[in-house]
Design a protein around this ligand. Structure first.
Ligand code: PEP
Length: 255
């Protein structure tokens, strides 16, 4: 399965900075062959990124969306608005939204459902806090988050879904999970899909690792049996750093 590497810019970059980044990164796209690359800028920069990436293989993602298609939801963004800008992916349930914005499993489930029904590919984020990890609850937390987000979903839709395993304690801390811990968590995600939807390979599910990934540590994650990509925050903000990271991931899988 092709690796998928996504840049989550969070609340960074103006329109001008986004245009500069996209024009720069697309110059290196021939070095990304075999890796699906996508950029998730803030909503305000999606149109600029879409125009600057036109004709390139680099894809566009959003960082969030509302589950309704339109309505009285001040400050929210709906799936049709994203699709109209050429957005293909949408991050759902990022830990910053769960923990800082109070997003719950019920909201996340509705977002995943609407995204899939609308033709957007959700990147569903799951992962435990440091305290949950210390209590040995990693697998139980992941399973609860998956069940909460996917209950009632038909297995036919799963091939459009990406799951990002992002331990909360590893995000933006410089303290990446060990490859053994990442594989163990990703394998538990595979087992969940196997028992609820059928064989992971058959349904086409891809699992990303996210949490303090950089060019110099990404390689070993990309060759784990249960991992097929990365969700990248801090190391995706500079075009040359992000380009080096993608090339390092590619090198790891082809060598
Ligand atoms: C993220 O926010 O999804 C993330 C993985 O951030 P970082 O790479 O900075 O840890």
């Amino acid at each position: 399965m092709e690796l998928i590497i996504a840049a989550n810019w969070k609340m960074h970059k103006t329109v001008a900075e986004t245009g500069d980044f996209c024009r720069f990164i697309r110059q290196s796209e021939t070095l990304f062959t075999g890796v699906e690359v996508l950029i998730c800028p803030p909503f305000t920069a999606l149109a600029t990124a879409s125009a600057a990436l036109k004709g390139s293989s680099i894809k566009l993602g959003a960082q969030n969306m509302h589950w309704e298609r339109q309505g009285a939801f001040t400050g929210e963004i709906a799936a049709p608005m994203l699709l109209a800008l050429g957005v293909e992916y949408v991050i759902i349930g990022h830990s910053e939204r769960r923990h800082l914005m109070g997003e719950d499993d019920n909201q996340i489930r509705q977002k995943v459902k609407t995204a899939l029904e609308s033709g957007l590919k959700p990147i569903l984020c799951v992962g435990e806090t440091e305290k949950e990890r210390e209590q040995g609850l990693t697998e139980a937390v992941i399973e609860k988050q998956l069940a909460g987000a996917l209950e009632g979903l038909e297995s036919g839709k799963i091939s459009d879904l990406i799951v990002a395993y992002e331990p909360v304690w590893a995000i933006g801390t410089g303290k990446a999970a060990s490859t053994a811990d990442a594989e163990s968590a990703a394998a538990s995600i595979c087992r969940y899909f196997l028992s609820n939807f059928g064989e992971k390979k058959v349904v086409g599910l891809r699992i990303q690792y996210g949490g303090s990934v950089k060019a110099d540590n990404i390689g070993p994650y990309m060759v784990l049996p249960s991992v097929q990509g990365a969700l990248v925050g801090g190391a995706s903000l500079e075009a040359n750093t992000f380009s080096a990271l993608i090339q390092a991931a590619r090198k790891a899988v082809i060598s």
